[in-house]
Design a protein around this ligand. Structure first.
Ligand SMILES: Cc1cc2nc3c(=O)[nH]c(=O)nc-3n(C[C@H](O)[C@H](O)[C@H](O)COP(=O)(O)O)c2cc1C
Length: 184
């Protein structure tokens, strides 16, 4: 069992990455192999909407670091998307990855492959509680659902403006661990 963590925070001591690591540690304790990709360190071009993928069995024409992520997603059994909330939604780095998954849209071969893979989402934010972002996070999850993935947990962990603040929030870290365990 492989679990891929996709961290989209650009910050050092990122709260959402700390929560992601807690989730992956819990998955690892149940026997999973885990890996994190740090999207902000990669070069990922926005989807150009050229529909090249529709004529080429989901192959994307853009030859950048997303090609590695495609491969890791195809090999993973579970995926955790970890994003800070920026203006009431996932950040641009997360949306870059999600939009590029359009290459798989409407391809029954990949829908079948993904039907065995669960996706969960972890978000952290500064102020408001989960309810404020529930709609946005459900919308991002819907992108994975439409591609055929199974729906996992969605958690948002609030009051995390200060880098590393989440390290003092055992209850939040436990929610992240629970999410990781539920993937296995
Ligand atoms: C551009 C930007 C927009 C943000 N928008 C929101 C927001 O709409 N609501 C909120 O509660 N926090 C907002 N925040 C705060 C972050 O969500 C919060 O600091 C988060 O925990 C950062 O995650 P990280 O430590 O993993 O980078 C925003 C921060 C930035 C930089």
């Amino acid at each position: 069992m492989n679990v891929l963590g996709i961290n989209t925070s650009p910050r050092e001591l990122s709260n959402v990455k700390i929560a992601l690591e807690a989730a992956l540690d819990a998955a690892s304790a149940k026997g999973a192999e885990t890996e994190i990709v740090d999207v902000n360190k990669l070069t990922i071009t926005p989807c150009q909407g050229d529909n090249y993928c529709k004529e080429h069995d989901s192959e994307c024409a853009l030859n950048d670091d997303m090609q590695d992520i495609y491969q890791k997603i195809e090999e993973a059994d579970g995926i955790i998307l970890a994003s800070p909330i920026y203006f009431c939604d996932v950040n641009a780095q997360a949306k870059l990855v999600i939009d590029r998954l359009y290459s798989y849209f409407m391809n029954p071969k990949y829908a079948e492959l993904f039907s065995n893979k669960k996706v969960s989402i972890i978000a952290t934010n500064g102020a408001a509680p989960l309810e404020a972002f529930e709609g946005s996070l459900n919308t991002q999850m819907a992108a994975f659902e439409v591609l055929g993935f199974k729906t996992g947990d969605i958690i948002n962990l609030d009051d995390n403006n200060v880098p590393g603040a989440i390290n003092d929030k055992e209850e939040q870290l436990q929610k992240a661990r629970d999410l990781g365990e539920n993937l296995i």
